[in-house]
Design a protein around this ligand. Structure first.
Ligand SMILES: NC(=O)c1ccc[n+]([C@@H]2O[C@H](COP(=O)([O-])OP(=O)(O)OC[C@H]3O[C@@H](n4cnc5c(N)ncnc54)[C@H](OP(=O)(O)O)[C@@H]3O)[C@@H](O)[C@H]2O)c1
Length: 341
């Protein structure tokens, strides 16, 4: 049998095996009926998070919505209160330790001291090529890329990036939202999940960017890879306590996530990072993107089945197998998607 035939066989069989390996026994809804589930959704004001809110409300669950934009949360509360078991909004910035503590207390208070499911969906992105962000391109342009040749320190300044601080600042902001905040939220909610639920779940919305690299998304990829590593390890540590950790890795979803790009200019007076000064063309096609609703449905299904890993849409599982069999093909596909061929 040729190597190509073997690669193809693996590419087709592995997703099926992954799917089987990912689901564990009967649905969790047998233990926690839908209308009794107590859910906290972090990052619920828009996109995937708001669709999660709609699904849990439709199941008559008890839900707490968390984000910074309180007006959006309040609109959702108004829309969903008639169907939900109960629906509350808690405003907070998950990068602020004092807010995380308050979010935890207020959420538990709203849920009468009990929680079954913590969904960490808050996230932000970066969209510029790293060289552009750090001013490596402009340093080259200013000097024509000439080599250094001199005796004083200043003779070498033209070889330095013009904006390294900006790159570091973007990285710090993204890591704070996409990695440190999920870690801190987990610390805060874990005791209650362990003690007050018959089958506590922590569900983290990562990304395919946490699995494979993509040009123009270097800092975002780094943050999602960090979260992926943390939650994979944590899942094994806490399994014995009855708490399940599920990591969801969607491909492109049709939301306004790109509005949160920390490396694009923000509108003046914007209270959050979610309003760009002007519409900007960003690398990376949204063609074939899944809807936020479909993504949210996949997340809820993964939580019900207590799947350790949810990858959506299904064909991205093939790319993970391909990554082992033919990494150069996956690099080619990623470069094509982001216009780097
Ligand atoms: N869209 C995609 O293509 C895609 C693909 C794969 C994975 N994902 C992941 O899916 C998750 C949800 O993204 P989305 O696409 O639904 O984008 P979105 O509509 O921009 O949602 C992001 C959510 O995060 C919240 N958030 C951001 N910073 C926060 C902070 N400091 N404190 C509290 N909440 C904060 C935002 O609320 P406020 O601004 O009101 O605070 C908003 O509710 C993210 O983790 C993202 O990385 C998205």
């Amino acid at each position: 049998m040729s190597t190509t035939a073997i690669a193809l066989g693996v590419a087709i069989a592995a997703p099926l095996l992954l799917r089987l390996a990912g689901s564990k026994g009967p649905a969790r809804t047998a233990t926690i009926p839908q209308a009794e589930e107590r859910v906290v959704i972090i990052g619920a004001s828009s996109g995937i998070g708001s669709e999660l809110a709609r699904i849990y409300a439709g199941r008559h669950a008890h839900v707490v919505l968390v984000a910074r934009r309180m007006e959006l949360l309040q609109q959702l509360v108004q829309e969903l209160t008639p169907t939900a078991g109960s629906m509350h909004a808690v405003q907070g910035d998950v990068t602020l330790p004092e807010d995380v503590r308050r979010i935890t207390v207020e959420s538990l208070k709203a849920l009468n001291g009990k929680i079954d499911t913590l969904i960490i969906c808050a996230g932000i992105i970066s969209v510029l090529p790293f060289e552009e962000l750090a001013g490596i391109d402009s340093a080259k342009a200013a000097t024509g890329g000439s080599d250094a040749n001199g005796t004083s320190d200043s003779d070498y300044c033209h070889l330095l990036p013009t904006n390294a601080d900006k790159a570091l600042e973007a990285s710090t902001r993204i890591m704070n939202v996409n990695y440190h905040a999920p870690l801190n939220l987990t610390s805060h909610f874990l005791p209650a999940l362990t003690r007050t639920s018959a089958a506590g779940n922590i569900i983290v919305v990562s990304s395919m960017a946490g699995k494979v690299g993509a040009p123009t998304r270097s800092i975002y990829c780094a943050s999602k890879h960090a979260a992926q590593g943390f939650f994979e390890a944590l899942g094994m540590e806490v399994e014995r306590t009855g708490v399940h950790v599920g990591i969801v890795s969607p491909g492109t979803v049709a939301t306004d996530l790109r509005q949160s790009a920390v490396d694009l200019p923000k509108a003046e007076g914007s209270s959050t990072s979610s309003t760009l000064a002007a519409p900007v063309k960003v690398a990376g096609t949204k063609k074939g993107a899944m809807t936020a609703k479909a993504c949210a449905e996949g997340i809820v299904r993964g939580s019900d089945l207590r799947q350790h890993e949810v990858i959506m849409p299904w064909f991205y599982k093939v790319s993970l197998v391909l990554q082992m069999v033919s990494p150069s093909l996956v690099r080619w596909l990623a470069k094509k998607k982001y216009g780097y061929l």
